[in-house]
Design a protein around this ligand. Structure first.
Ligand SMILES: Cc1ncc(COP(=O)(O)O)c(C=O)c1O
Length: 369
């Protein structure tokens, strides 16, 4: 019997995009973050449907992702939000991929490489307003402007930043980052004498403050169906990915039976143990050993024993009627039961992003809708 597979509902993706689109001003575009193989959903299929649903551009981390995207989408802007290197410059210019500038050293190197091309390289200046990761520290912007202006083979077309945290109950760090961004933007726009295409909001800031939409918003996880709701209810979106597999063996065991490597689970009654075809090699976290929940027969059933490389053992209860071939849902819904990536994540102390991007690339993606 084959292993697990993923089902992605592109109609739900479309609906999610429409939701976000419907609350934006017409002139604000959605730059959809599709790095990491569209958060594990499959870059090509997701990007093509997103394009037809009204997304205005895409953001990726690596040049190879940008090039893959460009093969399917000839027209839309593609932003490289990782760090471009001089060797990338000819591909960036030729395929109209816009990188972010993250430091003066990188800017100088890109400028030298662009000089060989006869066409300037459009770039967006990335300002580090408090994330502490990539970009020009906000307090150094004034001092780097003269040097940036000397790099005539770069065309500063935009400016962006990324928020480290959005806590509606404690919004001060986000407001501080926003204020720093506005200061940096003012300085750069004044120096270049033109408005810069500005984008700051990933999913949570987008939900938090419509005043921060600027020229584009840059959501990822929200369009894959997570993080909406709760205190931040500007839109609601639905998960688009389900992860499924099959039962491959069922055995009835007595009370006191040990299950899996290390015998970490001991049954407290006679019960049916279903072995299912998925494991940590497929991306199901080993940290879900004795903690996970899967859906079988429309019921939430506990993962018992250690998750192994290709198989997981599940207690489906006494006289369950479960049989080999029954469908199992690792993420998704079955009848009225559901388990979504955010709950899976919480059960093993991580975030939905890591669960989704962790589904191994070899797991077949099937598209519906
Ligand atoms: C720079 C940048 N912008 C936007 C996003 C999208 O974030 P989210 O998926 O939380 O919307 C990310 C995600 O990692 C990012 O690194």
């Amino acid at each position: 019997m084959s292993g697990p597979w993923v089902e992605i509902d592109l109609k739900v993706l479309e609906a999610n995009i429409r939701q976000v689109r419907s609350v934006l001003r017409p002139e604000t575009s959605i730059v959809f973050v599709v790095k990491a193989n569209a958060y594990g959903h499959g870059l090509k299929a997701v990007a093509e449907r997103a394009f037809s649903a009204g997304v205005g551009g895409f953001a990726v981390a690596y040049v190879r992702e940008a090039l893959e995207l460009r093969r399917s989408l000839s027209a839309l802007p593609i932003f490289l939000i990782g760090v471009a290197e001089p060797v990338d410059v000819s591909a960036l210019i030729e395929h109209r991929i816009v990188p972010v500038l993250t430091s003066l050293e990188q800017a100088r190197a890109l400028d030298r490489a662009a000089a060989l091309h006869g066409r300037p390289l459009p770039v967006h200046v990335k300002v580090d307003t408090g994330m502490g990761r990539l970009g020009f520290p906000w307090h150094e912007i004034a001092s780097v402007i003269p040097e940036l202006q000397r790099l005539t083979h770069l065309d500063a077309a935009g400016i962006c930043t990324h928020f480290a945290s959005i806590e509606p109950a404690q919004p001060d760090p986000a407001f501080t980052q926003y204020a720093r961004f506005c200061t940096a933007r003012e300085l750069l726009e004044e120096a270049w004498g033109k408005p810069l295409f500005s984008h700051v909001s990933s999913s949570l800031p987008f939900l938090f403050k419509h005043e921060w939409d600027f020229n584009a918003v840059r959501p990822g996880i929200l369009l894959y169906g997570y993080e909406a709701g709760g205190a931040l209810d500007r839109v609601t979106t639905e998960p688009i990915l389900q992860w499924k597999t099959h039962v491959i063996q069922v055995k009835t065991v007595p009370a006191g039976a040990t299950i899996g490597y290390g015998g970490t689970h001991v049954t407290n009654q006679a019960t049916d143990i279903a072995t299912i075809s998925a494991g940590y090699a497929d991306g199901y976290p080993r940290a879900l050993s004795n903690k996970g929940i899967v859906l079988i027969g429309g019921k939430r059933c506990p993962v018992v024993g250690r998750v192994s490389m290709n198989w997981i053992t599940v207690d489906v209860g006494p006289s369950s009627g479960t049989k080999p071939g029954d469908e199992v849902v690792l993420i998704g819904r079955q009848g009225s039961a559901s388990i979504w990536a955010d709950e899976v994540a919480e059960r093993c102390d991580t975030i939905s992003y890591e669960i989704l991007t962790g589904i191994h690339a070899s797991v077949e993606r099937r598209y519906v809708g």
